[in-house]
Design a protein. Structure first.
Length: 70
């Protein structure tokens, strides 16, 4: 069994996906996806007009569980 974190990061430079190549490589080796679970939101601190801290959603992570080849 393997657990891989996949997700997306959002920035001024655009979208960046991560972890999908590793999952796809394992699937090609005969692994099977057995579970997909939400992991965490990625937050970025942003400037605010008031004294409170501000945050913006900057992406998310998802955990993919794969079972080994038969």
């Amino acid at each position: 069994m393997k657990e891989i974190t996949i997700g997306i990061r959002i920035s001024d430079g655009g979208l960046e996906f991560f972890g999908t190549e590793e999952v796809n490589a394992l699937i090609q080796q005969g692994y099977r996806v057995s579970r997909i679970e939400p992991d965490q939101a990625l937050l970025e601190e942003v400037e605010s007009d008031d004294e409170e801290e501000g945050f913006a959603l900057a992406g998310c992570e998802i955990t993919v569980t794969l079972d080994g080849p038969a």
